[in-house]
Every structure is written in C-alpha cells, then in structure tokens.
Design a protein around this ligand. Sequence first.
Ligand SMILES: Cc1ncc(COP(=O)(O)O)c(C=O)c1O
Length: 425
Amino acid sequence: MTTLNDCRALDARDALRPLRDHFVLPDGVIYLDGNSLGVLPKSAAARVADVITREWGQDLIRAWNSAGWFNLPQRLGDKIAALIGAGPGEVVATDSTSVNLYKVLSAALSMAAEDAPARKVIVSERSNFPTDLYIAEGLCRERGYRLQLVEPDEINAALTQDAAVLMLTHVNYRTGAMHDMAALTQAAHAAGVLVVWDLAHSAGAVPVDLHGAAADFAIGCGYKYLNGGPGAPAFVWVHPRHADRFRQPLSGWWGHAAPFEFTPDYRPAPGITRYLCGTQPILSLAALECGLDVFGAANALGGMAALQAKSLALTDLFITLVEERCAGHGLGLATPREHEKRGSQICLSRSEGAYAIVQALIARGVIGDFRAGSGDGRHPDILRFGFTPLYIGFEDVWHAVEHLKQVLETAEWQRPEFNQKHAVT
Ligand SMILES: Cc1ncc(COP(=O)(O)O)c(C=O)c1O
C-alpha cells in the first residue's frame, strides 16, 4: 500500500518542485482543475498593473510602439511555439480557440476545395469538444460539406476519397485519452486529407511535435495549462509549407500586410500574421505572457519532457491510490492506463452521483469538475481531475484521494446542497 510518507518522499525528490513557487495557490485548496482554468502566476498581478498604470496610464497610445504592444501576438506566439514543436514566427496568440478553429478549418476547406473539390466531408470524433463540432457544423452548412462523426477506432476507415479534412482534439477533454498525432497525421496525408489539431489539453501539458508529425493546422487554449487567465487569448499555427497559400475568412486589418497604409483593398500579411483579425486584448496578452514565462523556468529543469514525466507519475499515483483506497464504491477509470495514450488528467466514471461527489469534494477544497455523459449509455458521467505538473505535488494527490474516500464512505455527496446543479459544472 502507498502511504502518505511515500508521497512526501516523492515531493522531496521532485526536481520540478520549485516551479510551484511561481503560482498563487490558495490555502486549503487542492486544485485539480488546471485543465479547465489554470492558476494565477505570481507575476501576473504586478505585470497587468504595470501595463495599466505605466504603459496605458502614462505612455498612452505611444505604448503600441514603445511597450511592444503591437507585436505581442507574435512574441507570445514564439513562446508557445517552443512548447508545441513549431518554429519561431509560426504561431500567434490571438482570439479564442473557437474563433481560431473557424479560421483554420475555413483555410483547410478552401485548400481542399482547390486540390480535391469532390471531397466534401469533415471527419471528427463524436466525443470531440462541442465547440469544435459546432464550428465544423456551421462551416459545413456555409459551404455544403458534411460532418462525419466517428469513434476513435473508426478514424482510419473514415479517411476515404470523400474526406477533405480530419479535425481532432489531441487529448480528449472528457477522458484524457491522447491520440497518436504522428500516426494519424500520416494516415490522413496518405489518404489525401488535411489535418487540424486542437491542442487545448496538450499545450503545456504534454510534449507536442507539430513539425515532427508534419501536421497542417493547430489551435489551442491559453487559459488551461498555459495559465493565461480566464478567457486568455488562444493560439493558432499553420505549417510553413502552407504559409503563402492559406487564407482565412476574418480578414481584418491586423492581418493585412501593411495595416498602417490604410489601403481600401485587403492584402494578407505573409505567414501566420494573416491569422490576426482586429485590435488585440493587451491586458489579457500581458497576463498570458506571465503564464508562458514559467515554462522558461521549466526549460532549465528539463522542459516538457520532464513535465510529462511528472504528470504521468502524478496520474499513476492517483490511479493507484483510488484503486487502493476507494475500491467498492462504483468508480471506473475512463482514462487509458497506457502512458503514451494519456494526457495530464484522470477521469473517473460513476453511474450515479458523479456531479454531487465533485460538489462535495469542492466543498472540502478539492477542486475538480464534472462532465455529463451522453445519456444513452455510450459515455458515462465523469469526475474529471487535472494534474498540472507545474504546481501539483504528490502529497496533494494523497489528500485528494483521502477526501474522495471520505466523501464516498460517509455518503456525504447525497446531501441536498451537493445535488443542485450550477450553471458551470
Ligand atoms: C478541446 C477544446 N477546444 C476548445 C475549447 C474552448 O474553446 P473556447 O476557448 O473558444 O471557449 C475547449 C474548452 O474546454 C476544449 O476543451
């Protein structure tokens, strides 16, 4: 049996432990929801205050040049590129993941329409994050395409002569299952299909190698593992082989080759800059940069490979402790055990009370979240726990499971207050 002292010993040996000091971690809270909203970097409050009081307050409009505001999407994009196997100048931080998906999926469909006009299908996974499916559905309506939804083991078979684009999320938001990006991209390309990857649950959580996989397009979130704050700008990447070809429909002036020439006609900027649309949220970009800069410190300690190794150790420990200490309470494991198939979260399934158990845990300071099942028995209700290796420790895992055990053993979750649904689950 694993003991609390074993967990403390793991923390004592953890070379990444100092990274925790870069974050504000509230007393009495074990935060297992960094896959939904990352925690506050300690530097962010002062940085945003400085942007407000000095850059905005004193420099005013001069700050677009003097404080480098104008180039923030590219500067932050380069920092994100280093985490996802992209090159400098290939990524911009901008807009939301949903909006960026609309842009890249449009670009991919336009390219496919030129190269293979008979291909009229977007293939995706049935359990992909809904916004991805909704955006694809909208584009299908706009352009006369069809969205084909399949299970993970049906993806290869769906890459037929009708398929134009394969749109997948690398790490599944409900289960934490991770696709083999290189193998699926290769299979898609062999079938003449372009690939769009959503890295919302990958960037900053697992090593990603977009160039190694020869992927076409990628997008992802700034507010999850990148710790950019609520509603932080997202990011977008396009492989340089498409750089001078792809267009996006939101052709605003920030994506123009020379915005300050104010010409009446649109001329797209070279490369990824054409993915910008309008004026950027500078305060949000400033906060996101604080989150990204922690990865600079992580690089000195082994970078994404070391972070993934710790994430796997944390999630292995969680699985072990749940199985040792919470057996007999109807919990199932919805996340793959295989390391190469797992992101940085663990999802437990339960046929009854999953929402209320999460609420009872939150009341005890153990913050995870709940994701509803499909209702048809295909996908169960899920208790979801994210393990951000930048700031979660092994002792945290022990205490989280201890609380889970108590909530289950005492049936605390059955209390009425834990069974009232909130708007955000
Ligand atoms: C895979 C995935 N894509 C996109 C999003 C959200 O997109 P947006 O930031 O536009 O709300 C999420 C949010 O959890 C997600 O899990």
